[in-house]
Design a protein around this ligand. Structure first.
Ligand SMILES: *Cc1c(COP(=O)(O)O)cnc(C)c1O
Length: 433
């Protein structure tokens, strides 16, 4: 015991090692010192030899100075809320890196004068949805709806169908958001049915707008009826469509998912949506619609509290103008191709662990399209690997089904297959060891 204590290196001497000093420059002193102390405790306990200390410190350090870790999404849920929804395209990441420094977000470099903030991003969004008279971007979908309610309906009423009183997740309820902005909800219809006459009876001179909410995370079937945007648009008040998913145009694989273009063409005065669901961009809220309404939203003092930062503007523009981002790419994926990748991963594992390529059913997830099944492929592994895979660097998150761990490939970029193989090999070693 005494011997181990005496032979254990001192914290200062480990921190003075060149490779550890380099890590301090990259990550800051706090996290490195904490790691050194934890590793030295294990050395003192006799779990490691002094020679193991520096290599283990370096291996235990996180990739970056944030506690957020890189995760391979093998859950089979394309837009996974707990994994940060849409992963960004490389083009969006590059754009954010450029914008992270000093950037011309509000400056015209040709004249040296002040310019409209985020003009390139807004122009790209407007070009992507020609049916919109004007566009605006805020922090998220909820912020978009909050701004619309504050500006068009504070102190007035908002008419909404009972079947569209949606809870999105984590206790967030659209009707509560609307009320929190000072509007009164006027509910019409029943859970399963609503008619145009219900809306007609409810709308009065004090109605700010009729709200149409896309039920983005559930389906109601059976004896049901809803009223289309086109029908409510015949009423003498604006229709605001919260489409949630952020599809700008209809998607062939998601026929029931509303898009901004179709909603506007049907007569919605304004559309609100998220930027980090099916669009595949950064977290933000999109507002598209009649130019005069969008102008009044943009000019309202509350808009400043919901303003997006330069990083979001950069990533959103690159999402709109750059190569196809991961989420739409996954939706367009071919399951034969996914099956080939699953088989290849099994081959490369080379018997290190029992693995089988299997067909699987994936879902769009928090992004919308409830009930849509996406044919996919997975690598089936022993379920004991779930925990070590989650603990790895990068973490690999799958899901356990009927006693097996499935690593579904639909949301795994093809370029990450080698990392998955490596991660599974490492995880298998820890369970065997
Ligand atoms: C996701 C969603 C929202 C909330 O959007 P956030 O970007 O999460 O704030 C609002 N309405 C609908 C219909 C949604 O699906």
């Amino acid at each position: 015991m005494e011997d181990r204590r005496r032979s254990t290196p001192r914290t200062d001497s480990v921190l003075a090692e060149p490779s550890v000093r380099e890590a301090v420059l990259r990550l800051g002193p706090g996290i490195v010192k904490q790691t050194v102390v934890a590793v030295l405790d294990r050395c003192r306990a006799g779990e490691l030899t002094p020679a193991d200390v520096v290599p283990l410190v370096l291996a235990s350090l996180p990739e970056g100075a944030s506690s957020l870790r890189r995760v391979v999404n093998a859950t089979g849920v394309v837009v996974h809320t707990n994994l940060g929804r849409a992963p960004l395209s490389d083009a969006a990441v590059d754009a954010m890196t450029v914008a992270a420094g000093a950037t011309d977000v509000e400056l015209d470099l040709a004249t040296g004068r002040r310019d409209k903030r985020g003009r390139g991003t807004l122009a790209a969004l407007a070009a992507a949805v020609p049916d919109a008279g004007d566009v605006h971007v805020v922090n998220n979908g909820a912020a978009a709806l909050a701004l619309v309610t504050r500006v068009l309906a504070a102190g007035r009423n908002v008419v909404v169908a009972r079947g569209e009183m949606v809870e999105i997740g984590d206790g967030f309820r659209i009707p509560e958001l609307v009320e929190s902005m000072g509007a009164t909800l006027r509910e019409v219809g029943t859970t399963n049915r609503v008619r145009l006459a219900d809306y007609e009876d409810a709308v009065d001179h004090d109605t700010g707008f009729v709200l149409k909410v896309h039920p983005s995370n559930f389906v109601v079937s059976g004896f049901t009826s809803t009223v289309s945007i086109a029908e409510v648009a015949t009423l003498p008040v604006p229709v605001v469509a919260d489409i949630g998913s952020g599809l700008l145009a209809p998607h062939p694989r998601l026929p029931d998912e509303p898009s901004a273009a179709t909603s506007l063409r049907s007569g919605a005065a304004l559309v609100t949506a998220s930027g980090d669901k099916l669009l595949g961009g950064p977290q933000c809220g999109l507002l598209l619609g009649e130019a005069s309404l969008v102008a009044s939203l943009r000019r309202h003092p509350f808009a400043r509290a919901l303003r997006v930062d330069k990083l979001t503007l950069a990533a959103l523009e690159a999402t709109l103008t750059g190569p196809t981002p991961p989420v739409p790419a996954a939706l367009a994926g071919d399951h034969e191709d996914l099956m080939r990748r699953a088989r290849q991963i099994c081959v490369e594992l080379g018997g290190a662990v029992p693995a089988e390529a299997v067909p699987s059913s994936a879902a769009v997830g928090g992004g919308g399209a409830p009930g849509v099944v996406l044919p996919s492929a997975a690598v089936a592994l022993p379920s004991e690997l779930a925990e070590p895979l989650r603990a790895g660097q990068p973490a690999v998150v799958g899901h356990v089904e009927r006693g097996r761990l499935l690593l579904d490939l639909i949301a795994v970029p093809a370029g990450a297959d080698a990392a998955v193989v490596e991660a599974v090999r490492r995880a298998a070693k820890t369970t065997q060891g």
